[in-house]
Design a protein around this ligand. Structure first.
Ligand code: AVI
Length: 319
């Protein structure tokens, strides 16, 4: 494939779908908005800043595991495999793994953002000229189709970043089931999961002292105002984040600071003072709980790599 093209696996979310999702979410009690809409250009920049925050441990902890165990993880993936990364972004975390895996059949980064994907693929081709890099533009939450021409005897999906934690367990199980089907019997999954830990570590990661996470959460309202011609008074909402013990998850909400009404596409939504919009859940697992969920999706645990504090784990599972 030429260096400036990518395969389009599926139609991507449209303006229409965004509007439908927002109207539907705000019509519910309690009100919700899907977290996948955080990532417009500004939201993606804010997320990059979150990953650098002293309080946000997941990114650097996972990177340290991937760096330290790159050779072992590469051996688990195996020679001649096709490595398919879900939500590859800048592929930053993947580079040590790719460098430790000179005999891959191909690296297939899958991402929703075409331009970013192409830029990343071009940069990687310079860094790793021997590796076959075949980007696919797709929303991995829908069905991802990897063209026959890219399939090898052995395929492994790489899904880092604890992004699986942003799906409720039922949807996470469905996504894992689709991964198991995609890689086929004997294929693999290498996945990053964030582990349960002390509240004193968990909550500040989503309530940072520089208010970057607050800006990230509130930016969703800016995006709705801009793209859907809505009239949220963004300064009349506040970011909140807390750990929900029963459901093993951090929840992010936007709390209305006053009683107010918001209009989006001719529909009005009333907010009571202190009413919240639930914008994101970030589920935390024990290795055991995750393994049980993965087993119900047809994936069995092979190996676990973790950091010295056991804050984060990278798991290898087989279909
Ligand atoms: C992308 N995802 C794994 C992040 C998380 O930790 O759940 C998103 C995020 N939300 C607030 N901070 C980071």
């Amino acid at each position: 494939m030429s260096s400036n093209s990518a395969i389009l696996s599926h139609p991507l979310a449209t303006h229409e779908e965004f509007l439908v999702d927002v109207l539907e979410g705000l019509s519910r009690t309690p009100k919700t908005l899907p977290c996948k809409y955080f990532y417009d250009q500004k939201g993606s920049q804010l997320f990059d800043r979150i990953c650098e925050l002293p309080e946000y441990y997941p990114t650097r902890t996972e990177a340290s595991i991937l760096n330290k165990y790159a050779a072992e993880i590469s051996a688990a993936i195996g020679e001649g495999a096709t490595l398919i990364e879900f939500g590859s972004g800048s592929s930053t975390k993947t580079v040590p793994l790719l460098k430790a895996s000179p005999n891959l059949a191909a690296y297939v980064p899958v991402d929703i953002s075409r331009l970013h994907l192409l830029e990343t693929a071009a940069a990687l081709r310079t860094q790793l000229p021997e590796l076959s890099i075949e980007p696919v533009v797709a929303d991995f939450t829908a069905d991802v189709e990897i063209p026959e021409s890219l399939a090898s005897e052995h395929q492994t999906v790489f899904f880092p970043g604890s992004t699986i934690g942003n799906f409720p367990p039922k949807e996470a199980t469905q996504l894992l089931t689709r991964i198991a089907e995609l890689v086929g019997t004997g294929g693999g999954l290498v996945i990053g999961i964030d582990l349960e830990k002390d509240l004193g570590v968990l909550e500040p990661a989503y309530y940072d002292s520089q208010n970057v996470t607050a800006a990230f959460n509130l930016n969703l309202l800016n995006r709705i105002n801009r793209e859907l011609q809505a009239n949220f008074s963004v300064d009349q909402f506040a970011h909140i984040a807390f750990y929900n013990d029963k459901l093993h998850r951090i929840e992010m909400h936007l709390r209305s600071l006053q009683s107010q009404q918001v209009t989006i596409a001719d529909e009005s939504f009333d907010f009571a003072k202190d009413e919240t919009i639930h914008t994101e859940s970030s589920h935390k697992y024990t290795v055991e709980r995750f393994t049980t969920m993965a087993a119900s999706a047809g994936l069995r645990l092979e190996k676990v790599w973790t950091d010295s504090k056991e804050w984060f784990a990278v798991l290898h599972l087989l279909a």
